[in-house]
Design a protein around this ligand. Structure first.
Ligand code: PHE
Ligand code: ZN
Length: 849
């Protein structure tokens, strides 16, 4: 068992480890219940560290033998590791431990998934494999010998030798233990090859279970595209002879960037048109790129300690979104990223789990792989790039790689590189890393004598542990249009540094219409009361795609707000203005599809709460439904034409062009279903020859309550495909009417194929329940109770996934007192569970505080 007594770790307490590791030799003799791990490690005193006792991390290990310079020793064993007396100079440490991968359901360390061995070491999983200074600033070269009967045995680096029942690997690049990986199983590979720009040939493989070979081609192409892109855009070449990717079914996260041996949740790499949606393809492409890009931003330059997690994650997310923008549409990607940020990061930053992009303390680091560290971390880099400009950004990145290659670096190092490369002072900008919460930005305007002035005010509401906030540096991208719709001032970045600050534009012959925060140039809440006419004007004329979309979004928010709080009817002026954009065949269908999406119910709840109105999930649901019905009715003639226009006749391809059309067609189908009760959806279901069309038809049928036939047909067709069945589980809960959501989720958990120890299957049902806003928040508390029951149960096996899912309760204080009391009671019930993990304990404590 992990030690559950809460111990808080602070950034300010950082001290280097007392020794350096010259090299590591591991011999791993595999057996499901008794794997033996032998280590030989050369330790050398670290001249830059204070005196300390010798301590190695180790958890759930059975120590068989330990020796120093060949002499057996008897270390003191604690639940966290071991202490030992050691010589004052360099020495050789040897140990042998036994572990049981077949009993490891936490999916950290060495575990088994469908009979194959695999590892997950980030953040602190290596200590479940052997005794080691398991911290990212201890870097070493690894040589690994794997012994076992499995056909395929893989580790980091290059293969050096193998024979009957064994294989050896050597990784020449010093790395922290969290990047260690080992895989063994009867796997098959989809091979490929890439020639780097300096002419080196790299062998590529995607390893999968037999039967999945035909789902690797897309991932392989994405990998090659990523390798090429990183050479062209960041000048980064791959640095080993071989790059392996392995797909595993049981995985807590999306994927892991282990050096030369990336391990993927199979849902994030396996793809085929029949089994994967367009969204799956796009996500797979992005995650393959993300993990590959980590080879430089994360592996060659790693983090000094886990507080610096955003150093690798923020930057790598930023890089993968640049990649997606280049491969597909930059405008569509930006809008999608903002939708995602508002759905996942804003609630986190505005609730009890709020923390800085670089946290200053934690109990369990696994709880800090958050939307704030990843997505807000990426936003911060986007702002930095906007402030310094593309050229200086490129210069700074070159310097970063040159100066810090091989280092375990910090955010200070990162910012110093930018200061040195650009001559800027980034002291104030650094607040983005230390101050939590989402800044609110308000603006007023003034026009006199040809001078137009915008006055901005910023303030950030208090967050846990931070009551006082200082002004942040906000890059505010602004453009000005004149009343006939021409752009008179193109996008200009205003650099706001004060709490209140004005910016003037002169030489304007008439009062312009401002387009503020173009491209969502800073992750803030923009508060601006403007007349609906002005929003409709921007919806029609803005040259900035993001703000065009945002103008419509603002109108939708205002309309829904009035419907919810005043019982107003749908805003037909907005619906008509939107129609002009949606029917504009010159616009990218993917963009038009995004224009059709409404703010999520959770986002509306947050908006109401921010305006002092207690959100009623049932009323929010009802208003959203009424608005969609009104859109469908008003566009009844337009919808069939739009579907026709977006029909794809060519053979399936997951690229931007076809997927944009399908996105538009399916957004339209959802509206059509409101008029025909599912007739068109059933026809699409019957004719579908790819998962995108099949699944969106099924989703419409579920929303219409007409799914019985299709649901059974889908199950019969796909019952043997785990990843497709995850979609079947998820959709029934996510798309059903709120009053059925909890019952349905509960019924699904009774099925024999509800393999709840598999994180994908667990999330399919429980994650979808949380996504069904009014269903999860059912007044009787049934949604809350079901989730809490299952979190308690999952925690015994897999604390990391259970803890991550606790965040579904992060908005609990927004709601009415009855719902609050129900949620609080469930959180307290979880907290009171004897033997609760450190992971979940920390989460519920923060949620309740
Ligand atoms: N480092 C991984 C990624 O972002 C995420 C991850 C974290 C995976 C912890 C597993 C465990 O790319
Ligand atoms: Zn990452």
């Amino acid at each position: 068992m992990k030690d559950a007594s809460p111990q808080t770790i602070y950034l300010k307490d950082y001290t280097p480890f007392g020794w350096q590791v010259a090299d590591v030799h591991l011999t791993v003799a595999l057996a499901p219940n008794a794997t033996r791990v032998k280590s030989r490690i050369h330790f050398v005193p670290n001249p830059n560290a204070p005196e300390q006792e010798f301590f190695l991390h180790g958890e759930e290990l059975k120590l068989i033998r330990a020796a120093i310079d060949g002499e057996e020793v008897a270390p003191e064993i604690t639940p966290q590791g071991l202490r030992c007396k050691v010589p004052s100079g360099p020495f050789l440490w040897e140990s042998e431990v036994e572990i049981a991968p077949a009993e490891n359901f936490a999916l950290e360390g060495l575990y088994m998934s469908n009979g194959m061995y695999c590892t997950q070491c980030e953040a602190e999983g290596f200590r479940k494999i052997t005794y080691y200074p398991d911290r990212p600033d201890v870097m070493a070269t690894f040589t690994v010998r794997i012994e076992g009967d499995e056909a395929v045995k893989l580790s980091n680096g290059n293969p050096t030798d193998s024979g009957e029942g064994w294989a050896e690997w050597h990784d020449p690049w010093p790395k922290p233990a969290y990047l260690f990986a080992l895989v063994a199983g009867d796997l098959v590979n989809h091979p490929g090859e890439f020639t780097t720009r300096s002419g080196k040939t790299v062998e590529l493989n995607i390893w999968v279970r037999p039967g999945d070979e035909d789902k690797c081609a897309f991932g392989m192409e994405a990998l090659k595209a990523s390798m090429k892109w990183d050479e062209e855009v960041y000048g980064r070449e791959y640095d080993l002879d071989i790059f392996n990717i392995v797909a595993v079914d049981d995985f807590n996260m999306g994927a892991m960037e282990n050096k030369g041996l990336n391990i993927f949740n199979s849902s994030c790499v396996l793809a085929s048109p029949e089994t994967s949606t367009d969204a799956n393809f796009e996500r797979i492409e992005a995650i393959i790129a993300h993990e590959y890009f980590h080879n430089w931003t994360g592996n060659r330059i790693t983090c000094r300690d886990w507080f610096q997690l955003c150093l690798k994650e923020g930057l790598t997310v930023f890089r993968d979104s640049q990649f997606t923008s280049d491969m597909r549409s930059a405008e569509v990607k930006r809008i999608s990223d903002v939708i995602d940020l508002r759905a996942r990061q804003f609630p986190e930053d505005q609730g009890p789990l709020s923390h800085p992009v670089r946290p200053e303390s934690f109990q369990e680091i696994n709880n800090f792989y958050t939307a704030t560290v990843y997505e807000k971390g990426a936003e911060v880099i986007g702002m930095l790039k906007r402030l310094v400009g593309d050229e200086d950004y490129a210069k700074a990145l070159d310097l970063y790689f040159e100066r810090h290659d091989g280092d375990a670096a910090t955010i200070e190092d990162w910012l110093t590189v930018f200061e040195d490369a650009t001559g800027r002072d980034l002291a104030q900008f650094k607040r983005w890393y230390s101050q939590s919460g989402t800044p609110h930005l308000s603006v007023t305007e003034d026009y006199a004598d040809g001078v137009y002035t915008l006055t901005f005010k910023q303030h950030t509401p208090p967050t846990p542990g931070q009551s006082e906030k200082a002004p942040q540096v906000l890059p505010i991208a602004v453009g000005l249009l004149n009343p006939n719709g021409d752009e008179v001032v193109p996008t200009t970045v205003l650099e706001m540094t004060e709490a209140e600050q004005s910016f003037s534009f002169d030489g304007l012959s008439s009062k312009p219409v401002p387009s503020i925060l173009r491209g969502f140039s800073a992750p803030v809440v923009l508060e601006r009361e403007t007349a609906p006419e002005e929003k409709r004007f921007l919806l029609a004329h803005d040259t900035d795609a993001f703000n065009r979309w945002e103008a419509s979004r603002d109108l939708a928010r205002a309309c829904l707000y009035a419907m919810i709080t005043e019982g107003a009817g749908p805003d037909t002026a907005w619906i008509d203005a939107l129609e002009q954009v949606v029917r504009d065949a010159d616009l990218d269908p993917a963009f038009r599809a995004l224009m059709l999406s409404l703010p999520t119910q959770s986002e509306l709840a947050q908006m109401l709460h921010a305006r002092g109105v207690t959100p009623d999930p049932d009323a929010i649901y009802a208003a959203t439904e009424a608005l969609k019905n009104a859109m469908a009715e008003r566009w009844s003639a337009l919808l069939p034409a739009l579907r026709e226009e977006s029909a794809v006749t060519a053979a399936y391809s997951p690229g931007a062009e076809q997927s944009g059309k399908r996105a538009l067609g399916n957004a339209v189908l959802a509206l059509q279903t409101r008029l025909d009760g599912g007739k068109a959806a059933q026809a699409q279901y019957d004719a579908a020859d790819n998962m995108t069309m099949q699944l969106s038809a099924l989703s419409c049928l579920i929303s219409a309550g007409a799914e019985e036939t299709a649901l059974a047909a889908f199950e019969a067709q796909w019952k043997d495909d785990r990843l497709v069945m995850d979609k079947w589980f998820a959709l029934q809960v996510a798309a059903t009417a709120p009053e059925n959501a909890a019952t349905r989720a509960s019924a699904l958990t009774e099925r024999a194929d509800f393999d709840w120890k598999n994180p994908n299957r667990f999330r399919a049902v429980m994650g979808s329940l949380a996504m069904n806003h009014a269903g999860f928040h059912a007044k009787d508390g049934s949604g809350y109770k079901l989730l809490a029951d299952w979190l308690i149960k999952l925690d015994e096996k897999n604390p990391q996934t259970a803890a991550r899912m606790c965040s579904v309760f992060q908005t609990w204080k927004r709601y009415d007192t009855q719902r609050q009391a129900l949620m609080q009671a469930e959180l307290e019930r979880i907290a009171a569970k004897p033997g609760l993990s450190r992971d979940v304990t920390e989460m519920v404590t923060r949620l309740l505080s």
